[in-house]
Design a protein around this ligand. Structure first.
Ligand code: AMP
Ligand code: MG
Length: 457
């Protein structure tokens, strides 16, 4: 799939377009190559700082989990077979969470019960726990003790003929994991759940891959660098700051990309916007490629006279994996690499179309897997779900489409409705949406009530 840049720089011939599925395969082939080539730059990191990063080694169970038969209800540890509607069991002891059954104490015998708390180990002899809500307790005197006080015995009966199966309300020792089991594969992304698991094995820090840097370059003569403007968020109804002209727009894409990179576990390095002019573009692209193993350029990859990104990259000796995909939005998207030199390893780049929704969609489908690979993740998969389409949707076939849509999850079956939009420049509609409805390339009608695929955000 490597193309000669020179044949593509003429821009946009239909022959240069590949299908969406082919483009995904091209990206995943490169992602796999990155993983295979990944050298161990892993470093130990406190769990809280490791959030969002990928494990460099497997997390191994240090002991059986649970390490003892763990009681899951407050109640009475009993022998299940002792429970019958007439059962009356003698309470012979108590175990709190954190306590062990005393060494040498005989196992729970027929007709006996041990008062027990959630999280405590089941005592030997018992095989189930009767929930305290299902019991009735009584006391009776059984003679006097040495000081002449009445000695009381506690009894417990199952309420309303409750019975138990052996094992009820107990998690057997080792049933969640055996010592030495792999709990998380290398490359797993650490979220709060994985943090909890690591701590349950006694780790407070784990070896993780570093966050990859991602250079972000917006291009366009119409762009104003928002960070150069100081504007209070409260002043929404006021006049625009003087420095922005009516024909100019703020560069929102580089901020959108920075947010996407950060969310995906990378470190965004935003550059100043480049002008639609060869020398400035080349300078900015060189800076970006110098700073990071992955450069995201947004804008300047369409058919316009001043869309010069491909041409400039080609002039630097870039190899192009694709220069257009049969998708909408995102058709002019470009993916390639600057080969390794003696001073520098290979650098990847994407040229994302400048329309804000195109930039974000192409990030989610193409950049995310490559970034995940650079971050050390294996087998990255997009977050795709099925939902019921609320109303018929007609379109033209020939392109895989991604439509800003709203997924309603409170209904019995998740239901999706496209959001009314003015197209791939409509940031307001895109922000109102919470997913993208995916229309396959060969499809011109999606019918109401049909199950459809949605790309979750
Ligand atoms: P281009 O891909 O450069 O032809 O740009 C397509 C559309 O996206 C134009 O309307 C641009 O003004 C807009 N656009 C390009 N870059 C940005 C950006 N960084 N932020 C917001 N809008 C942009
Ligand atoms: Mg432009």
């Amino acid at each position: 799939m490597h193309r000669s840049p020179s044949s593509d720089v003429s821009r946009g011939g239909a022959a240069a377009l590949i299908s969406f599925d082919e483009a995904c395969s091209v990206v995943s082939a490169q992602a796999s190559a990155i993983q295979a080539a990944r050298v161990s730059e892993a470093a130990n990191c406190d769990l809280i700082d490791a959030l969002g990063r990928r494990l460099a080694v497997a997390l191994i169970a240090d002991r059986d989990q649970p390490p003892f038969p763990r009681v899951t209800r407050d109640g009475f540890a009993v022998r299940a077979k002792d429970l019958n509607p007439d059962a009356k069991l003698l309470v012979v002891g108590q175990i709190r969470a954190g306590e062990a059954w005393p060494a040498g104490k005989p196992p729970v015998a027929a007709g006996e019960a041990v008062e027990i708390m959630t999280g405590a180990p089941l005592p030997p002899g018992a095989d189930a726990v009767l929930m305290v809500e299902h019991t009735q307790e009584s006391e009776s005197e059984s003679g006097v003790d040495a000081s002449g006080e009445a000695r009381l015995q506690r009894w417990v009966r199952p309420l309303s003929g409750r019975t138990l199966a052996p094992g009820e309300n107990v998690v057997p020792e080792g049933s969640e994991a055996r010592r030495g089991d792999i709990l998380l594969e290398p490359g797993s992304r650490l979220g709060p759940e994985q943090v909890a698991l690591a701590v349950s094995c006694g780790f407070l820090s784990v070896p993780v891959y570093p966050k990859p840097n991602v250079a972000i370059l917006a291009t366009g003569d119409e762009l104003v660098n928002a960070s150069a403007q100081v504007r209070s968020f409260a002043a929404t109804s006021g006049e625009s700051p003087a420095a922005i002209q009516p024909h100019q727009i703020y560069d929102s894409n580089s901020h959108a990309l920075a947010a996407l990179v950060q969310q995906a576990g990378g470190t965004p390095l935003r550059q100043r916007p480049a002008r639609d002019e060869r020398d400035d573009l080349a300078t900015c692209i060189r800076e970006g490629l110098q700073a990071a193993p992955l450069l995201l350029v947004t804008g300047g990859v369409s058919m316009g006279k001043f869309d010069l990104v491909e041409e400039v990259l080609a002039g630097m000796g870039a190899e192009f994996f694709f220069t257009g995909v049969k998708m909408q939005p995102g058709k002019p998207v470009v993916f390639g690499r600057l080969p390794a030199t003696t001073d520098q390893p290979a650098r990847y780049f994407f040229g994302l179309p400048g329309n804000p929704v195109s930039t974000m969609v192409t990030f989610r489908v193409f950049v995310a897997p490559l970034l995940a690979a650079l971050a050390g993740e294996r087998n990255w998969q997009p977050n795709i779900a099925m939902a019921k389409l609320v109303a018929d949707f007609r379109t033209k076939s020939g392109l895989t489409r991604f439509l800003p849509a709203y997924l309603e999850t409170s209904s019995e079956v998740p239901a999706v409705t496209p959001v009314r939009t003015q197209g791939s420049g409509d940031l307001a509609a895109n922000a109102r949406a919470n997913c993208y409805l995916i229309v396959p390339e060969d499809c011109d009608l999606l019918s109401a009530d049909q199950m459809v695929r949605v790309l979750l955000r």
